[in-house]
Design a protein around this ligand. Sequence first.
Ligand code: FNR
Length: 406
Amino acid sequence: MPTRRETLKSAAAFAAAGAWPLSLRPARSPSPAEAGTGAQAESAAGADEAYSLFDFEPLAKAKMSHAAWEYVNGAAADEITVRWNREGFNRIRLMPRALVDVSKLDCRVNLLGQEMPFPILLAPTASHKATHPDGELATARAAGSCGATMVLSTLSNTSVEEVVRATKSPVWFQLYVQHDREFTRELVKRAVAAGCKALCLTVDTPISGARNREQRAKLALPPGVGYPQLTGLKIPDDPSLHLARLESSIFSSLLSADLTWKEVAWLQSFAGVPLLLKGILNPADADRAVKEGVAGIIVSNHGGRNLDTAPATIDALPGVAEKVAGRIPILMDGGIRRGTDVLKALALGATAVQIGRPYVYGLGAAGEAGVARVLRILQQEFEMAMALIGRPRIRDIDRSVLWPAT
Ligand code: FNR
């Protein structure tokens, strides 16, 4: 029987021989241009010791300003929905199959004609420079080195042109329709001209939720940082307006409370790229979306940041999937933290998932290197889940991986 010392020594040799699973290592050394500002140096700052997405939370909290942490980590009101998003996944039990050859795993998916190496996208999140000085460029570079698609927020602190240039992976553009519809049209055209491959219209945010922690923390963007996608838009000067509001009105100058299906048809008439609706929970809305001819929907409750006590997205997904019945692809986000969560979402009808907070924590903890590590960990965990459940191909993942409810 080996002694503890021998075991540790052989573990070290295993690691040194490069026998740790591949996907945690960068596919290749990044070029100096791709490495960006200090991403490699930062990788030593604790993120190398992160082995799960949860490990990034304390690292990010230690590095980020209190206000930025509250903004990212917080959710709406009593934060019940954000908790349900996790609990929903934890409740679902898995049913493995034994003695299946899983020596070759294939987790590629085709989404809207786009081949993805794994079914995980980066959800749109605003204001990356509140989290890390490299902001969206760090996120884009990490997405590029991992082969992940990044969905860029309308409220990014970096221009869509710079973001698309910074990554060799596809970029999608998330749209908050503005009061000024002509400005909105130009914004969409601009994003498409920059090279964005799809448009995600956020439909769950006619106004923002009661984000009390965000309100108390009063996040302001660093000096000189703004919203380049909104340049030229006539809005009041205060750049933190949408972040720390307690105005006399619940309406925001950056969100359109009058958004309806009319705008969905209008956007499709000129967008020139596939349109997805982000923030669908109701099966009736999903059905309408299909009938309106949209390319896809994203089951999302905005990470619990808007309507508190709306259900967990993993609980909403089956009803939506049943209604859509395979007519268009469904994505989902909210609470994805483990590879088994990705597996469960696919089993219940999603083609792919998005992560929000986890990669923002990676960004806060270690910039580009942190985002890349978050993606690699989740991809690797998903591969582990596929192997251990006995489903080496994505197309074999269906409800049979779920333990029947008792
Ligand atoms: C978001 N989300 C979001 N959604 C959107 O459509 N436009 C946006 O600008 C933002 N901004 C944003 C900022 C921050 C800090 C967070 C945490 C989230 C919602 C996001 O796209 C996604 O729906 C959730 O983050 C998914 O839940 P998880 O992964 O954070 O649990």
